[in-house]
Design a protein. Structure first.
Length: 262
């Protein structure tokens, strides 16, 4: 009986030892992605609703999770953030996508109870992903707290990424020497032509394309309207529009693989 117990315990011990390297390797591969949402649900001085764009959250969120990464969703104030109703309107995004984005938002409802950015331990973050939506232009762009977080992450060698209007959070970020964080960096973002096509050029507080050109030193690029266009330049990843959501997230995931190998 003692021999049976001994060999049983030995087998269990060996199994644990055999699995440990795999578990350790899996833990090493897992990175932390910080997704940041706008908290603006109503465009100032109008009755027009806005918020974060559903596709630009749910698709990257799903891809980051499928890749095995931890995802933290944050906003300036914390709590529930408004989704742009247009991003889940069948008349705008189509019946199939409207159903899909609504379903995915429901699945992510616990994560969408966002953490206040001030509570995030930035040293534990490997990549930041700013979700688009016109609201970004009214809160994240001029937020000193957002700028400080982006500056800290960039100077710490972390991945800085955004899609559509998300790069609007980057255009005012400066480094200790006074240079823009984006200076000399190829960058994408919602184009002026796309802004014209959605009838927002006279409503938005600034022209994103022009501000990205200014911050990058004229290195803004764009593709055809409403098609995926993503630029990876060093550790900065930017996507042009909602159609770029998946490819922007995939580019971040590829950079996270490189970070794991270092």
């Amino acid at each position: 009986m003692k021999k049976i117990v001994f060999f049983t315990l030995l087998a269990v011990f060996c199994s644990v030892i055999a699995l440990s390297p795999l578990e350790a390797r899996g833990a090493a591969r897992q990175k932390t992605v910080l997704m940041v949402l706008t908290g603006v649900g109503l465009i100032p001085n109008t009755y027009k609703q806005t918020g974060f764009w559903a596709e630009e959250f749910v698709v990257p969120f799903r891809l980051f999770r499928q890749a095995g990464h931890k995802v933290i969703v944050a906003s300036l104030a914390g709590g529930r953030m408004p989704v742009d109703p247009g991003s889940i309107d069948p008349k705008i995004v189509g019946d199939a996508h409207a159903r899909e984005w609504r379903r995915d938002l429901d699945k992510a409802r616990s994560a969408l109870n966002t953490v206040s950015l001030s509570r995030i331990k930035l040293e534990k973050v490997d990549a930041v992903f700013v979700v688009g939506g016109h609201g970004v232009m009214w809160d994240l762009t001029d937020s000193v707290e957002m700028q400080a977080a982006l500056r800290t992450l960039f100077l710490s060698g972390k991945i800085v990424s955004a899609v559509c209007h998300g790069p609007g959070a980057f255009v005012r970020v400066t480094l200790p020497d006074g240079r823009f964080m984006l200076e000399g960096t190829r960058v994408a973002g919602f184009s002026t032509l796309e802004e014209e096509q959605v009838g927002m050029t006279k409503i938005v507080p600034y022209c994103l394309e022009e501000e990205l050109k200014k911050a990058s030193g004229g290195r803004y690029e764009c593709g055809e309207p409403w098609t995926s266009f993503v630029i990876t330049d060093g550790r900065i990843v930017t996507g042009q529009n909602p159609a770029s959501s998946a490819d922007t997230a995939k580019a971040v995931i590829e950079l996270l693989k490189v970070a794991w190998k270092r």
